[in-house]
Design a protein around this ligand. Structure first.
Ligand SMILES: [Zn+2]
Length: 69
């Protein structure tokens, strides 16, 4: 898996992983992104809905921070 993604919260590196969700009667899994810095988890469903706005917001925020500092 070569896809890279940055955390929308802390801009850390996110790893694409398979998550297990253990329920009382069943166990299912999903694929998603986990930030290795702050632990934020984003699953594919969230990404499909927010990937584009999230990228735009992150880029704008980073540029502002660079100008301020
Ligand atoms: Zn993070």
């Amino acid at each position: 898996m070569v896809i890279k993604m940055k955390c929308p919260k802390c801009d850390g590196l996110m790893m694409y992983e398979k998550f297990l969700d253990m329920g009382e009667s069943s166990t299912y899994y999903f694929y998603g992104w986990r930030c290795i810095t702050c632990g934020t988890i984003i699953d594919d469903t969230i990404i499909e809905n927010r990937i584009h706005p999230a990228v735009v917001l992150k880029e704008n925020r980073r540029r502002r921070l660079k100008k301020v500092s």
